[in-house]
Design a protein around this ligand. Structure first.
Ligand SMILES: O=C(O)CCC(=O)C(=O)O
Length: 240
C-alpha cells in the first residue's frame, strides 16, 4: 500500500464508516507533480536488477536498506550518475527512454539532465520489504534532497488508496511500475507504506470489477533522488 497524505493532514490512516477496508486505486490520484505512467520496466531488466541487488547487498545479511551515491558528469558522455553500479546506470537510461513520452518535458529534464548540465550528486536507495513491513509516512528530507524523485517497483507490490477524503489516497503499484514525485507531490504530501499482509485493491484498470484482496509478496524498490548542493558532504571541515 503506497499511501499519499497531505502533509498538513494529521491522519495517515483514514477509517471509513463500518470499518470497510480502504480500496487501493490502480491509477494516480490528481496530485500536481505525481506521475504513475502506464509503463512497466521490461521483465528481463527487472529480473536482472533483483538478482544483482539480492546477491550484492541483501542475501545472507540482516538488512533491508542500502544507499548508493553517484555524480553526474559530462566527462565521457556520462550524465546518469557515475559511481553508481552499472546495473543502476542501465536502469536510469531505460527510465529516461520509458518516461520520455509520459512526463512534461521540464520534469523529464529535471530527472535526466542534459549532458552539458552542471554536475549533481544522485542517491539511489534500495528498500527491501517483507510481507507486513512498511515505511512511515514522510516527506523526503527537505534539507538533503532536491525536487525530482523516481521510484521503481522491482518486485511485487501493492496498493494505493481510495479517496476517502481529499487528503489521503492509497495507490496500488503494480510490480515493475514507476512513480515520479515532483513539486506538490514531493513537498506538500507525505508518502508511506502501511505494514499489512494484504491489500484491498480496485478491480481492474477500469474499476468495473469488484475489488479484490491481494496478498503481499516481498517488495524491492529503488528510489533515485538528487542531493542538494553540499548535502553530499558529510562531517565538518577538519574532521578525520
Ligand atoms: O520504498 C518506497 O517506495 C519508498 C521509499 C521511501 O520513501 C524512502 O526510502 O524514503
Amino acid at each position: 500500500m503506497y499511501a499519499v497524505n497531505n502533509a498538513e493532514s494529521s491522519d495517515s490512516e483514514v477509517d471509513s464508516l463500518f470499518d470497510e477496508p480502504p480500496i487501493a486505486m490502480r491509477s494516480a490520484p490528481p496530485i500536481p507533480g505525481l506521475f504513475v505512467p502506464p509503463i512497466r520496466l521490461p521483465l528481463e531488466l527487472a529480473n536482472d536488477i533483483v538478482q544483482q541487488c539480492m546477491s550484492l547487498y541483501f542475501d545472507g545479511r540482516d538488512i533491508n536498506q542500502i544507499m548508493l551515491f553517484g555524480r553526474t558528469t559530462s566527462e565521457h558522455g556520462e550524465n546518469m550518475g557515475s559511481g553508481l553500479p552499472t546495473f543502476l546506470i542501465t536502469l536510469l537510461h531505460r527510465l529516461a527512454e520509458l518516461l520520455r513520452d509520459h512526463l512534461p518535458e521540464k520534469v523529464h529534464e529535471m530527472l535526466f539532465p542534459p549532458k552539458d548540465a552542471p554536475p549533481r550528486a544522485r542517491q539511489a536507495i534500495l528498500n527491501l520489504y517483507h510481507p507486513g513491513e512498511g515505511i512511515s509516512p514522510h516527506v523526503d528530507l527537505l534539507k538533503r534532497f532536491d525536487d525530482g524523485i523516481i521510484g521503481c517497483e522491482e518486485e511485487e507490490l501493492f496498493g494505493m488508496a481510495v479517496p476517502l477524503d481529499r487528503n489521503h489516497w492509497d495507490l496500488y503499484l503494480e510490480e515493475r511500475s514507476v512513480l515520479v514525485l515532483s513539486e506538490d507531490a514531493r513537498y506538500d504530501w507525505t508518502h508511506g507504506i502501511n505494514g499489512k499482509l494484504r491489500d484491498f485493491v480496485d478491480g481492474g484498470v477500469d474499476g468495473q470489477e469488484e475489488p479484490e484482496w491481494i496478498e503481499r509478496g516481498t517488495r524491492l524498490s529503488i528510489t533515485f533522488r538528487w542531493l542538494l548542493p553540499g548535502a553530499d558532504i558529510v562531517g565538518e571541515p577538519g574532521d578525520p
